[in-house]
Write a protein that binds this ligand. Sequence first.
Ligand SMILES: [Zn+2]
Length: 589
Amino acid sequence: MGEFFDREWVDEVRSRNDIVDVIGEYLKLKPSGRNFMALCPFHNEKTPSFSVSPDKQIYHCFGCGAGGNVIGFIMAMERVDFTEAVKLLAKRAGIPIPENYMRGAVADAREALYRLNTETARYFHRCLRSDEGKAAREYLMRRGVEAKTIVKFGLGFAPAKWDGLKQHLLSLGYDQKHMLDSGLIVASKAGDQSYDRFRNRVMFPIFDVRKRIIGFGGRVLDDSLPKYLNSPDTALFHKGQNLYALDIVAKARDLECIIVVEGYMDAVMLHQYGVDNAVASLGTALTEEQAKLMKRYAQKIIICYDGDIAGKKAATRGLDILLNQGLDVYVLTLPDGVDPDEFVRKHGKDAFLRSVRSAKPWLDYSMDVLASRYDISTTNGKTSFAKEAVKLLGGINDPIQKDLYLKGIERYSGVSLEILYGYMNKSKTARISKEGQGVAHKISAVQKAEQELLNIMANQPEMAAIIMQRITADDFENELHKKIFDIMSERYKKGEKPSPADVFSYFLGEKAEKSVLSIFTNEPRYDNINKFAAQCINTIKRNKIAMKRQFLCKKADDLASAGDREALNILLEQINALDKELLDLKELP
Ligand SMILES: [Zn+2]
């Protein structure tokens, strides 16, 4: 995240951009009690559920769950990363950006790799235009790729040499280490030599949404294998975290949907024919990161893989991942098993868009695929179909989606909903016992008390001192809560007043972001804040002691069976002391 900026400087930028002012520049805010309300820019709605709190300096949408501080808002609204958002806000507040902010060693190494990738793309592109690239040019022409498309996507050619790129990079002064780090040059097994990874292939540079080249894909000119070769994972490129052509798709505002295809050529050709919302999944099954990435730009996703069996399998594999991100998923099957590239060349843009409109909702699609495998005119076939269909549910977490799906299975198979739920619970139990875990993730009373206490600390500075006298981070059960408590008490000890937005900025872009948000957007209900805080502290401390007691009792069991009387007596003393502590806590008002 913000590793290149000094944290205090980021805090300064944040505090000089009042969240109400900033959001007010984008949305029409209406006062409502202590807060402001607006129509949420991140989901469709008719009545405002998007709330901005001047006290907490955070925003939160009760409709779609979006929320964060002013930096997070700019990230979501302007579709930029953390660094870019902070820069925008610094500019807005007239704060100069520190000159040395990207001079760190890590940043330097990354910058060097971006430069090396750019040089490489230029080299490949030149090779495509040179005599060496004749066969590749002919190949692209045969496949109908126009000159303007070659330029738009920066296509190139890696010559059929072992060290063409290597010699070129050496001549530009790049050292061996950077070349190996980029994955473009590979060390021989003995380690004493190195050579070009991509040879005799048409090259597709892969851009991130900020238009930087992060890696390459290469396709053979004939039928040799592997057909496609990608950059390995590097500091810049991570398989499954990017989508080819998303940099182009991302520029369009108000996208109706994103079409996901399998291959580079599919995406390139769709764009050439004016279908400008196609991305390629880079040969892998869709990942959670890719689903999240797409959700930043569109709510509706249309999967359009090859019509063959492998394509069908790949399409069903990505479904649960997309559904779990709350995306509206459709599946498009092109007639006669052709791929999108072939289809659009043969039938043109309008025919393709017509079939896009006929894409099936994911539910209908997966029912069709399954139904084709079983003879559902027989009772046996129906049962097998229903059981198999229920199994597909394994990856779907959302209870509403689940119910919808089960009703679909009922409609298709005639097997009653009751029996289907029975199948589901059976396969769920089997799964849980296999993984050896069945702990429900219900928020316990202790966790709730921890959250309430942290919320009070952040919103009532006068209470913080009292709380800090009575409890330490160590008393907290939850690791995230410990961390938040530490952050706040450190700031308070320095004489500062950390707002929820302050704390929030420590977790921006991290997995815990949503949990932190839910702690601070919770409106506590109490008559007497002192009494309420004392109750929370009490609950937390009692839990801490109970855990300790449980641990000691287990140890006591072991000692008893080992016959170690002396050690056991000491332990029992300790347990007694804990019991007394518990009793004392009970007597609190
Ligand atoms: Zn919303």
